[in-house]
Write a protein that binds this ligand. Sequence first.
Ligand code: MN
Length: 195
Amino acid sequence: MTKDSLKTYQEKRWFGGTPEPAGGGRGPSGQPIFVIQKHAASHLHYDFRLEAGGVLKSWAVPKGPSTDPKDKRLAVPTEDHPLEYADFEGVIPAGEYGGGTVMVWDRGSYRNLTEKQGVPAPLEAALAHGHAKVWLEGRKLRGGYALTRFKQAPDESWLLVKMDDSEADPARNPVKNEPNSALTGRSLEEIAAEG
Ligand code: MN
């Protein structure tokens, strides 16, 4: 499952033209990781990625994540990415797939909170069933987040919502107020200039 699920990722890209990792060479992390990449492609969006089954399960979140439990953020699934992608910050050249600047906006580990009838449910199964809860331990985002599928393929769509817990903060608005890289502190403009 692990390497086959990167086939779409690899088919979409020409690794002679993009600095993105081809992937497939990293084993599972001790504690599973998440990453949120701010991606200034044709439309600015945030890519939310969770380690599961040896890859990064991925969603494009147009407005980015919120710390306010009242906000429901649209999350559209995209192809699985390799674990190495969690380190990728740089510039995808114009004309290549996803051309534009990529920032590691937040990164950390997570715990799976999903339960089914009171019993912990593995994350891969939870995602297959269209509902998962995770506790994020990032630089910016902390606490519970729920991912819920509300529309099936071909227009598969999910919602990413902050759970109402001790880390919820309606006033914080990190997408607006904490715009820079969690990895290097750089702005999108600095990454675009430096690569
Ligand atoms: Mn993207």
